[in-house]
Write a protein that binds this ligand. Structure first.
Ligand code: PEP
Ligand code: MN
Length: 365
């Protein structure tokens, strides 16, 4: 008997609208048995919409397992025929696109190491001209929002209608917590730039381990992401790539059911009234904050005038250290994160110096 997925949609059009949109499967296709077994378990769980497997693997160092290659496309097609679960693979070159499409791959994704290269993205885009296949674009490995936007624009330019994003975190130097730091403000900015575009989270590559998957997945849902891409393997400890972060198909299903899925909005009157009150309060506080900041800058300008009259330099390192220490302490006592205080102080200092500099140069209107 064939296993089926309750989430399953016959057409990709419908699948694209599925919320939450869940993609799962191994980091890499390894053997026909591993592919079929994983796909069967995921499909029968009824929690997964699309089966993924990497077949061309961009590895950091030579000598690591670099994927089975095109041969595995046949395994995926077999798994799709057996389970009914549509399939997706990562593509990085025009040849990958061509091969994947020959085997009826339902969706393609562009990996983080490819998004960094405009030449590669353009080559993939051109290979997709006239083909209506949905494409997901992972963020580039480095936190460059323009590069991510640019990759999307390249696909839009060739006329693709189904483009989505995958947030998989950003590579770092020495972050012991995450394999790839989430830097949530970047995908949030992308959601603002492309408000109607599908946005998925890939907690597997953010975490690099199994422990934090749920926490990261839940955070993305809380932020309004539309679904997840999670790596799964029938025998995670023995996976040929990314062993530490993969979980079994059963664990994927458990994870999905444990997550609290939230809707974008509600028409419930009580909820809307309370929300509107809170928003008014926020607007009021924002106005007050700006007005106070503007007063602060006016005082900084007076200090500028004062320093100018004595021919004193703007930057007084000791005074700034004193301010920073005071604000950091007070901010922490108010429950504000050290990271936020640091960013706030930087912005404040820069703006203050600019105001004083205009006074010094006599360029203030
Ligand atoms: C992957 O999905 O297996 C992969 C290689 O991901 P990324 O491009 O995010 O590193
Ligand atoms: Mn992987």
């Amino acid at each position: 008997m064939q296993a089926t997925s309750t989430h399953l949609n016959s057409s990709i059009e419908k699948l694209w609208e599925t919320r939450p949109f869940i993609i799962s499967g191994p980091c890499s296709a390894e053997t026909p048995e591993q592919i079929l077994e994983t796909a069967k378990l995921l499909a029968s769980s009824g929690q997964v919409d699309l089966f993924r497997a990497g077949i061309w693997k961009p590895r950091t160092k030579p000598g690591m397992f670099e994927g089975i290659g095109s041969e595995a496309l046949g395994w995926l097609l077999e798994a799709k025929k057996y389970t009914g679960l549509p399939v997706c693979v990562e593509v990085a070159t025009a040849k990958h696109v061509e091969d994947a499409l020959k085997f009826d791959t339902d969706l393609l994704w562009i990996g983080a190491r490819t998004t960094v290269s405009p030449f590669s993205v353009q080559a993939v885009a051109e290979a997709l001209k006239g083909v209506n296949v949905p494409v997901l674009i992972k963020n580039p490995v480095n936190p460059d929002i323009e590069l991510w936007s640019g990759a999307i624009e390249r696909l839009q330019q060739i006329g693709l209608s189904k483009i989505g994003m995958i947030h998989r975190g950003f590579s770092n130097y020495g972050d012991a917590v995450y394999r790839n730091t989430p830097m949530w403000h970047i995908p949030i900015e992308m959601k603002l730039r492309f408000p109607n575009m599908l946005m998925l989270c890939d907690p597997s590559h953010i975490c690099g381990n199994r422990i934090m998957l749920k926490e990261i997945a839940q955070k993305s849902i809380n932020l309004g992401f539309n679904g997840l891409m999670i790596e799964s393997h029938i025998n995670p400890d023995f996976a040929w790539s990314d062993a530490k972060q993969q979980i079994t198909p059963t664990e994927v299903a458990q994870l999905i059911t444990q997550l609290i899925w939230r809707s974008e909005t509600s028409n419930e009157a009580e909820y809307l009234i309370a929300l509107s009150k809170f928003r008014q309060q926020i607007n009021q506080i924002d106005d007050e904050l700006l007005s106070l900041l503007s007063q602060r800058m006016k005082i900084a300008e007076k200090i500028g005038e004062h320093k100018r009259s004595e021919n004193i330099i703007i930057l007084q390192a000791n005074r700034w250290t004193e301010i920073a220490e005071r604000v950091e302490k007070y901010g922490a006592s108010l429950g504000l994160s050290a990271e936020f205080i640091a960013r706030y102080l930087d912005a404040l200092h820069l703006e203050s110096i600019n105001h004083q500099n205009k006074i010094m140069n006599g360029t203030k209107e």
